[in-house]
Design a protein around this ligand. Structure first.
Ligand code: F6R
Length: 614
């Protein structure tokens, strides 16, 4: 989704850092980009549709190297269109006050039509179709000599969400930033200050960061950072150290971030598990949950909320918690949940799953659950993200930054974290010491088992070659493998643009089977766990309709391999681990199909990494 970068320095030109910051945000998905630079002769703006490389080329043409030194303050943006087409005019930064004020914005101004009409009555002429331009003019209208006060006055009138950065030729040397519902981080370098909507645009400069909270507004100058509330009261925010280094967000020799992230799953999961298993007691140590055994034992129901891949991990969680802890679980799509006037209360434990910790629908569902008195935890990857902070308790995935738009390692880390949580909850209930110890041993094996699946990458590529031209596919699984089928279908849809549907294996014959033919491959999840024989029966139904079947089968299960047209092998494992291994195989399958179809794997069309609008 949209990305913001801001830069101020005593001596360094802002141009290079702004462009490299935008490049770091490219993975989030965008359709246009722009920068505004402050100089002694006013604000200069450069905007371009398409890639950051095209904006960079524009700057190279229009702003010679020897002139760049005078621009030490600037703001920049990558836009993902919400209001108005992806055109140069609609790209940010937006200008007001005769071009002397420039603003970049993430989020949505919900009451922009009313605000725009009010400004037009006072003679303001709008050039774009965006909601953001309203904000620029509103701040300019309130500017009576203090840019921070003007920003606060304007923001008090805004309904919706924002992360913004503002500069003005009338207030040289300062940048104002503010956030509500859209993340903003300030990086505190020795000589420079960098602002960004995502910490990955900051780590090249510094690892000392301040995460702004909703309602914060900050004045940034080369002398330092002052943070206030919208009512102008000073607030203090802790400087924190980011534990990701720049190496963690480079491609490391892989052709795509997605492939790198698929292959780093063994290490990522070692980090997720490290220090969290107690083999002697047969349980998990999840101190971030802050829940005593007594509190855990009092939980009557679990609700797991998330979107997309995180929702699928939550659906696996249902099987884990119900079988290991005997607690009923409802996995809920976050947007549906938040608008359903959900029935949750003090006996319920709501677990919010979100890699980014910023997904707008999941965040809103978290807030609704907190309002209703439920116990709410976050299960996030990004440390310091909004969901992690607002829930105040939870389990960090520690999977490292996920750059590729298609989520991979977050899924396996989420399922692993849910498994450890289910083990902990289970041990307060029906899970014996012996069963707990056996599960600990299983969890410890996850990284090595994933490494086994990764060895199959070339074999999976061969299967992918055979089916890469298919435009429609079905993915089927039952029980704990049903959400894995949904996840396999989602991966191939989003990166390979193959129309794919995930179904419970038994559901196919209740309608969808009408679509099967020799042109609709069916990917059947056939790991050797209870239910496999029934799914093999469904495979026969598919083959009887001439649909070619690709089985994801247990390595030594010759009977399953013989029952399908092509197969992908995964190691023999327990029920709990089967979805993790099957999904890793399907991630590779989707990746190879997308590569063979020539798709832009890390930045699929129409998609954004972090969906911060509802
Ligand atoms: C799929 C994908 C999305 C995200 C979803 C939730 O590959 O990346 O479906 O899983 O947008 O994002 P988070 O987990 O950040 O809340």
């Amino acid at each position: 989704m949209c990305g913001i970068v801001g830069f101020t320095s005593r001596e360094t030109s802002a141009v290079g850092p702004l462009i490299s910051g935008l490049r770091r945000l490219e993975y989030r998905g965008y359709d246009s980009a722009g920068v505004a630079l402050e100089s002694p002769d006013g604000i200069r703006v450069y905007k371009q549709t398409g890639k950051v490389a095209e904006l960079d080329a524009l700057l190279k043409r229009e702003l010679p190297e020897d002139e760049r030194g005078k621009f030490t303050i600037g703001i920049a943006h990558t836009r993902w269109a919400t209001h108005g087409l992806p055109t140069t005019v609609n790209a940010h930064p937006h200008l007001a006050d005769g071009g002397s004020l420039a603003l970049v914005h993430n989020g949505i101004v919900e009451n922009y039509a009313a605000l725009r009409a009010g400004l037009e009555k006072h003679g303001v002429v709008f050039v774009s179709q965006t909601d953001t331009e309203v904000l620029a003019h509103l701040i300019a209208a309130f500017d009576h000599g203090d840019l921070l006060a003007a920003t606060c006055d304007a923001l008090k009138r805004v309904e919706g969400t924002y992360g913004i950065a503002v500069i003005s030729a009338k207030h040289r040397g300062e940048m104002i930033v503010a956030r509500k519902g859209s993340p903003l981080v300030i990086g505190m370098g020795e000589k420079d200050t960098v602002v960004a909507s995502d910490v990955s645009a900051i780590v090249a400069h510094t690892r000392q960061v301040i995460y702004l909270k909703d309602g914060d507004v900050a004045r940034i100058t080369p002398e330092g950072v002052d943070i206030y509330s919208l009512d102008n009261a000073p607030v203090s925010r802790e400087v924190q150290e980011v534990d990701w280094d720049i190496g963690a967000i480079e491609k490391g020799g892989f052709e795509h971030f997605m492939l790198k992230e698929i292959f780093e799953q063994p290490d990522a999961l070692r980090n997720t598990i490290r220090g969290r298993l107690d083999a002697a007691e047969g349980t998990a140590i999840l101190s971030g949950l802050g829940l005593s055994p007594r509190e855990l034992a009092a939980i009557r129901r679990l609700v797991i909320i998330g979107c997309g891949t995180s929702l699928h991990a939550g659906m696996v969680g249902k099987y884990l918690f119900e079988s290991l802890a005997g607690v009923p679980v409802s996995p809920e799509q976050a947007a549906e949940f938040r608008y359903s006037n959900p029935i949750v209360g003090p006996d319920d434990w709501v677990i919010a799953l979100s890699q980014s910790g910023e997904t707008a629908d999941t965040l809103a569902a978290v807030r609704e659950s907190i309002r209703k008195g439920a116990l709410v935890s976050g299960l996030c990857n990004v440390v310091g993200s909004t969901i992690a902070r607002e829930t105040g308790r939870g389990v960090y995935l520690h999977a490292g930054p996920e750059i590729s738009v298609a989520s991979t390692k977050a899924f396996t880390a989420q399922v692993t974290a849910l498994l450890m949580t289910a083990l902990k909850l289970g041990r307060t209930r029906r899970l014996s010491h012996e069963e707990g110890t056996a599960l600990v041993a299983q969890i410890e094996r996850i990284p090595d088992l994933i490494a086994e699946v990764l060895k199959e990458s070339d074999a999976i590529a061969k299967v992918a070659e055979k089916y890469a031209k298919s435009d429609d596919m079905f993915f089927i699984g039952r029980g704990i493998l049903y959400p894995a089928a949904l996840e396999g279908a989602l991966k191939i849809k989003e990166i390979a643009y193959v129309h794919a549907e995930g179904y419970q294996a038994a559901e196919l014959k209740h309608g969808p089977i009408a679509l099967l033919s020799d042109e609709t491959p069916v990917v059947a999840l056939l790991a050797d766990i209870p239910g496999k024989e029934k799914t093999l029966g469904n495979v026969q139904e598919c083959r009887a309709r001439k649909a070619p079947v690709i089985g994801v089968v247990t390595a030594d299960d010759e009977a399953a391999a013989a029952a399908v047209d092509d197969f992908i092998r995964v190691p023999r494992t327990s029920v709990e681990l089967a979805p993790i291994l099957s999904v890793v195989a399907l991630q590779l399958f989707a990746y190879h199909v997308a590569r063979l179809r020539g798709c832009e794997i890390d930045q699929p069309r129409n998609l954004a990494k972090s969906v911060t609008v509802e």
